[in-house]
Design a protein. Structure first.
Lengths: 325, 705, 382
């Protein structure tokens, strides 16, 4: 059957309608959009957005900061669950005001936003020093005291064998967002190990907890401070000592991890116009013990972050009074 | 309730099935008008009777080797090409010379956008407007819902469900579902998060519906547009959301805008597909009648084609909602908040209980929306209220709406005077502790030390060493050309020349973008997952199809498995199967199993009762009945189950990345979390390509006689 | 003998409709047969397939039988060189087996299917020259169609379905509902206005289809096998309904059917189609009484002739002694009626019209007609 001539005109009509719709959209978008970069200011009732990466320590920082901000400055705090690296994009665009615990997991972003674009500014140290390394459970270290030196790891590699790692020892890794040089390290130190990426912090912790409960030997990438350390006692394996620049070339790394003073970052707009809340966040600084106390309440005792923060704030006025000054 | 993916695919299925049916000459012979309007083939019965005869003779001649006959040309071509290719590029993994570096340009593009997004007019005048608009509208809806207070929201939801359910007594069921769903959300302490999610859903679904309608309309009216749109929609559905979250974040910034658009991208396809399907499937008799009355094209569309497609469009809405809900958790990765964020923060403290408390509202929202839209669809199909009697006669049309409004006005304002807007603390029940304890107990008792059978961890280790590793190593050791050839052969056998080309090209493209080895790793896991899913699915399906109570008991379990955010069961999965590929496979099997069981049950049930009765009358035993009658007759359904299994297992590749699957899944997550556009996108595209290759190699297509 | 005998191989023979028209049938309607025909169709072709346009013009191809044509060109000629007129006020039936091209033909009449070649006039207007708007106007107001499968809109009530044609025309809501209500009553669907098509029986649905076509008050009603999908009893009712409507309104109708009984019952004239060609056009009586060829003869073999044929066919001239006695029958009476009269009285019956005796029918003449031997005698000139 011949196509009715109406067909072609129908198509063209649809096309015309689409064009019209596009044109309207374009017209409505005539003005340049608000980039949102300088949105926040520091008055009462304003909103402060804090990024919370997916680990408990960061949640403890955010919970305490939020509690004090709300109580002392009467601002609304929004905590946004977001990964460390992506959070910097948020700082850059002004959607996020503060990151309270950065492990230097995205050095290229710091370079881009802090050094070049200056859309993100450092707000000093958090006061906690992070230490990344390789850990074995305490019971294993007691059984084989020399296991805590990397040079002896090969001797015990067979203990760490799993189905995943085959005939090599398994070095358990965590979430893809973590800062790690372990692949290069294993290769350059010529260890009989194989990295196995758990893919998420939850998976890694679950694996550790299960193995610990079964008192199985394991070797894992781990860090302090960490709430899990309260329940799972682990001992660090000594890696070749970190020296300035030894990890410059990611492929040639043959040293352990440096101690990382955890840093705070603010979006440039908030740092400038954020008033007292911004000042407060810049001053906020506490110790590993403080943070662990809150983290343990949240993760270990399964308290809500708000309750944990409230409890800690009530008990530790001497610590935080100086922040609000 | 059926899940998103499952039914959306089934929508697609119908589409595929109807298209050739309309074109097949024989189909028209069943109607008078069909034959009479002189479609050429139907008019010459003699000619038709003769045509099959000749090839039949030919076929008899080649009987016994039909496979060989099909493959002959391909094998001949391979005989020439393979040695050349092998000589040129070797026979190991994918040759370096044939790979193209896609990562560098992508990473460069990333840098360019970051540097220019505050100055470039495309951003200032277009994309930023979009993201600001998204933010504002979601905020507005959230604010409205919170302003309404919990009493207001529940009352509104219940009344709406009652009205849509058909008012009167009939609507009480849907109303009860709504009441229960929202009450539980409150009781679990998730009220505010639920409202945030609901707001995001409302905006995302509205946008998806409008976009889907427009696309579906265009595809329904223009064949050319339909051909272009189809592969795009396929990609939108197979491409893991994690892979495109990063570009979205790049373009639309973190938080609600990126999440909203990611959700829309995922939720639009069913709406577009079903709208187009509905428009195309409209009764040609009605359309002709409308034309005979002199209706113009626009009149035809508005008064006939669109109303005739109402059922499909409503099903599309239902599917779009389900798809959108399945994105809730993923959306929170870029900071969208809501229930997804609750799930993730619970996971970071390895708190299954709290994750579940946040996951249950997602399931309940899904149940509520699914039931309500499904009932609406049913009523449209039935032709609704007009034959109403009794109460329903009073309660139809505007009167029922007026009653809804009145009831709302009577209940809410006074209610709010007495009750606070926030969900009362006292009514919150903490389920986290008991759930965590239960999970721990289970994992502890099932993981190891079970007498005789050993426990899940033992099995997992055995599965990894005995199946996954050899399979992966074997695939990786195979010469690259042999795998491409294998894909071609399978494609040719399953679907013909076109399928062959697509399958081989998809596999080759994986090599070209430089993720050959990782893709084979993922492929090995996917294959193992599919086989396991099918074995388990068929076994459970056969059991459920024969034993009524098993089926009834399974149904809610399957529903929950399909709607519960997969992230919630990551922790038990790791606890039971160890970090690694076995855990990833287990998660994938859990996800794909429900659809496979369903399709199997349905396929077995649809087997002609007469045939079954005949075999029983011949004294066949139960096993003989299953093996000789039910399974062979249910073959089309089983093939579909295979295809679904493949698609769903691949959909879980990324989630597998969260429990130690490594390979492509890990790369996708890595790309997002480390802002490595090149790595993430290349891995995402590779997953799509694997999906395409496997789909073509397993799905029987109409172009096979 | 006046009644035409056709040479089936010569289509020219049938293209002169006057030749076959029984004027009396035309006179039974109050409109004049002399007026211009409503539809005038000449040498109409519809060919499906590649390069369909070449077939009608090519003498050699056009003469090929269906199967060969398909082999040679891949084309199928659904309608081949059909010519006929439809007169105002008549019921023109196109009848044929499935696949004979009749449904294609009726669709060509409003260009729902675009004819390949030929001429087609409606009320003297060249239908094939009409542009889209004119054609739409024609479909909206002048020719409405009733379909085999009803083609109702399932989401609308009966009333809205009936009003649909008016809605398309742009008639205001109140007026179209009023007019639709009238039409609904006319087809006997009172009280069902607010039902949906899905809640009605097949027969009721087709009444809606009929009402929808009637509601726009068209000059011509086209029926495409409207009752084929219905049960026999309901079909009968619907046929009566159409006959009644025609009696009351005298609207011109083109009626497609594959059911000979239906064609004979409601048709004023019947065009019999086979393989896209019209084999014979004539009144039911002509078709049954004087089949044009073996095909038609075979077709009408089982028709109860006594119910179709009129006494004219059995008449012989009046013998001198006969014009005063014997029962009287009208010239339109069927043979069956005459048989009854003759059997009752035992004497030949007189065929009287306006007090004039046209002739007589006796046992012998009636039996010959029933036996299909032909009247054997000249019809007495009126």
């Amino acid at each position: 059957m011949k196509k009715p001539p109406a067909f072609t005109s129908r198509t063209s009509r649809v096309a015309a309608a689409a064009t019209a719709a596009l044109a309207v959209t374009a017209l409505s978008a005539c003005g340049a959009a608000d980039t949102g970069a300088a949105a926040s200011s520091g008055g009462p009732g304003d909103k402060v957005t804090i990024a919370v990466p997916s680990w408990v320590g960061a949640e403890a920082n955010a919970a305490v900061a939020a509690h004090i901000l709300e109580e002392e400055y009467d601002v609304r705090v929004e905590k946004t669950q977001i990964d460390e690296s992506v959070a910097f994009d948020g700082l850059d665009s002004g959607k996020i005001d503060a990151v309270l615990e950065d492990w230097n997991g995205a050095p290229e972003k710091i370079e881009k936003y802090v050094d070049q674009k200056k859309s993100v500014v450092s707000a000093g140290d958090l006061g906690v020093t992070g230490k990344i390394g390789w850990f074995v459970p305490e019971y294993l270290a007691k059984e084989h005291p020399d296991i805590t030196d990397w040079k002896n790891l090969d001797k015990y590699a067979h203990l760490f064998r799993t189905a995943e790692s085959g005939d090599k020892g398994q070095l358990l890794e965590g979430s893809p967002s973590y800062t790690t040089n372990d692949d290069a390290l294993v290769k350059n130190l010529k260890l009989d190990l194989k990295t196995v990426y758990a893919g998420s912090e939850a998976a890694q912790i679950t694996q550790i907890q299960q193995d610990y409960k079964a008192r199985k030997p394991f070797l894992t990438y781990w860090w302090t401070p960490n709430w899990v350390n309260e329940d799972v006692k682990m001992v660090e394996v000594k890696l070749p000592e970190w020296t300035e620049g030894c990890d410059e070339d990611p492929k040639a790394v043959d040293c352990g991890y440096p101690e990382t003073p955890l840093r705070k970052y603010l979006s440039a707009g908030f740092a400038k116009d954020g008033g007292k809340p911004a000042e407060f966040l810049k001053r906020m600084k506490w110790t590993e013990e403080d943070q662990n106390e809150v983290a343990a309440m949240i993760a270990g005792k399964k308290m809500s972050p708000e309750d944990a923060a409230e409890k800690w704030v009530a008990e530790n006025e001497d610590v935080w009074k100086s922040w609000v000054a | 309730m059926s899940t998103a993916t499952d039914s959306a695919r089934s929508g697609k299925r119908t589409e595929k099935r109807t298209a050739p049916a309309g074109a097949r000459p024989g189909a028209r012979a069943t109607t008078w008008r069909g034959t009479d309007s002189a479609s050429p083939p139907a008019r010459t019965p003699h000619g038709r009777a003769e045509t099959p005869a000749a090839p039949n003779r030919l076929r008899t001649a080649l009987a016994g080797r039909p496979v060989l006959r099909r493959l002959l040309p391909l094998l001949a071509a391979a005989l020439v090409l393979v040695p050349v290719a092998a000589a040129l590029w070797g026979s190991g993994g994918w040759p370096q010379q044939l790979a193209v570096d896609v990562k560098t340009p992508l990473d460069d593009a990333y840098d360019w956008v970051v540097d220019h997004r505050e100055t470039n007019p495309v951003f200032l005048y277009f994309l930023l407007h979009l993201s600001n608009w998204a933010e504002i509208s979601v905020d507005a809806v959230t604010g409205f819902l919170l302003q309404l207070g919990w009493l207001g929201v529940i009352t509104a939801a219940v009344l709406l469900a009652w009205r849509i359910g058909g008012a009167g007594l009939r609507g009480l069921r849907t109303a009860a579902v709504a009441l229960a769903a929202f009450a539980v959300c409150g009781v679990l302490g998730m009220w505010e998060a639920t409202m945030e999610t609901l707001a995001l859903m409302a905006v995302a679904v509205s946008v998806s519906v409008v976009a889907g309608l427009v696309l579906g309309l265009a595809a329904g009216l223009s064949d050319r547009f339909d051909r272009v749109l189809r592969p795009v929609l396929d990609t939108m559905q197979i491409m893991p959301a994690f892979a495109y979250l990063l570009p979205l974040v790049l373009l639309f910034q973190i938080g609600v805008p990126a999440a909203l658009i990611a959700t829309v991208v995922y939720a639009v396809p069913p709406m577009a597909r079903l709208t187009s399907l509905g428009l195309r499937g409209a009764d040609p008799g009605v359309l002709e009648a409308v034309r005979s009355l002199g209706a113009g094209p626009v009149q035809r569309l508005v008064t006939a084609r669109l109303p005739l497609a109402r059922k499909e469009i409503l099903l599309g809405l239902n599917q779009t909602i389900m798809m959108a809900l399945s994105m809730v958790t993923i959306a929170s990765v870029v900071g969208a908040g809501g229930l997804g964020e609750e799930v993730f923060s619970a996971l970071s403290t390895v708190d299954v209980g709290n994750a579940l408390a946040a996951g249950i509202p997602i399931v309940l929202l899904a149940v509520w929306l699914d039931r309500t839209t499904a009932v609406a669809g049913q009523r449209v199909a039935e032709g609704a209220d007009h034959e109403a009697t009794g109460v329903r006669k009073v309660l139809h049309g505007r009167r029922a709406w007026a009653l809804v409004a009145a009831a709302f006005a009577v209940i809410v304002p006074p209610g709010r005077r007495f009750l606070v807007e926030e969900w009362p603390e006292l009514w919150v029940v903490d389920i986290a502790r008991p759930v965590n304890e239960a999970v721990q107990w289970f994992t502890a008792h099932l993981a190891t030390g079970v007498p005789v059978v050993g426990g899940t961890r033992v099995w997992a280790d055995g599965f990894t060493t005995g199946v996954l590793s050899p399979l992966r190593d074997g695939l990786q050791a195979m010469p690259w050309w042999s795998l491409v050839l294998l894909a071609a052969v399978l494609g040719l056998l399953a679907g013909g020349w076109k399928a062959m080309c697509t399958a081989a090209a998809a596999l080759a493209l994986i090599g070209v973008i430089g993720v050959w080895d990782k893709s084979l790793d993922t492929l090995s896991q996917a294959l193992a997952g599919v086989v396991l899913t099918l074995v388990l699915g068929f076994a459970i399906g056969v059991l459920a199809a024969r034993v009524g109570w098993v089926d009834r008991a399974l149904r809610p379990v399957l529903d929950v498995l399909q709607t519960l955010p997969q992230f919630i069961y990551l922790i038990p999965v790791v606890a039971l199967f160890n970090v690694g590929r076995a855990a990833a496979v287990a998660a994938a099997v859990l996800y794909a199993l429900p659809a496979v069981v369903r399709i199997t049950v349905q396929g077995l049930r649809q087997v002609d009762a007469g045939t079954l009765e005949a075999s029983r009358s011949l004294g066949a035993s139960t096993l003989q009945q299953i093996r000789q009658v039910q399974l062979p007759l249910a073959r089309p359904a089983l093939m579909l189950a295979l295809n679904q299994g493949v698609v769903l297992v691949l959909a879980m590749v990324v989630v597998g990345g969260f429990v130690g699957s490594g390979a492509l899944g890990y790369d996708v997550v890595f790309g997002l979390q480390k802002s490595e556009l090149g790595t993430g996108l290349a891995a995402g595209v590779a997953i799509v390509l694997l999906g395409v290759a496997l789909d073509r190699a397993t799905q029987r297509r109409p172009d096979r006689a | 003998m006046n009644s035409p005998t056709h040479d089936p191989t010569n289509p020219e023979h049938m293209t002169n409709p006057e030749h076959m028209t029984n004027p009396e049938h035309m006179m039974s309607n109050d409109r004049s047969a002399a007026a211009a025909p409503v539809f005038s169709v000449r040498d109409l072709w519809k060919v499906f397939g590649p390069k369909a346009g070449h077939v009608p013009g090519d003498r050699e191809l056009a003469a090929l039988p269906q199967a060969e044509l398909r082999e040679r060109t891949g084309c199928t000629a659904a309608v081949r060189g059909v010519s006929f007129d439809v007169h105002r006020g008549e019921v023109f039936v196109v009848m044929g087996l499935s696949g004979s091209g009749k449904s294609t033909l009726v669709r060509c009449l409003t260009r729902l299917i675009e004819p390949t070649s030929g001429t087609l006039e409606f009320d003297g207007d060249d239908l094939l020259a009409m542009d889209k708007d004119k054609l739409r106007e024609l479909r909206r107001r002048r020719a409405s169609m009733v379909f085999q499968h009803f083609g109702l809109l399932p989401h609308r009530t009966v009333l809205d379905n009936v009003a649909y044609g008016l809605e398309i025309q742009g008639v205001g809501r109140a007026e179209r509902r009023a007019r639709a209500l009238e039409t609904v009553a006319k087809v006997g669907l009172e009280g069902l206005e607010n039902r949906r098509p899905g809640q009605l029986s097949g027969g009721q649905q087709q009444r809606v289809g009929l009402a929808r076509a009637l509601a726009v008050d068209p000059e011509v009603l086209l029926f495409d096998e409207p009752f084929s999908a219905l049960d026999p009893l309901i079909r009968r009712d619907m046929q009566e309904e159409v006959i009644r409507l025609h009696r009351e309104e005298g609207r011109t109708m083109v009626f497609i059917t594959h059911d000979l009984g239906e064609a004979l019952r409601i048709g004023d004239r019947i065009a019999l189609m086979r393989d896209g060609e019209v084999v014979q056009i004539g009144t039911p009586e002509e078709i049954v009484g004087s089949p044009a060829d073996a095909y038609v003869r075979d077709f009408v073999r089982d028709v109860p002739r006594e119910q179709v044929m009129t006494v004219r066919r059995a008449m012989r001239p009046v013998a001198a002694t006969e014009d005063a006695t014997g029962p009287v029958v009208a010239p339109t009476a069927t043979v069956a009626e005459a048989v009854e009269a003759v059997a009752r009285t035992g004497a030949p019956a007189r065929v009287m019209e306006n007090g004039r005796c046209l002739g007589v029918v006796d046992q012998d003449g009636l039996l010959r007609v029933i036996a299909g031997l032909g009247a054997g005698r000249e019809e007495v000139a009126a």
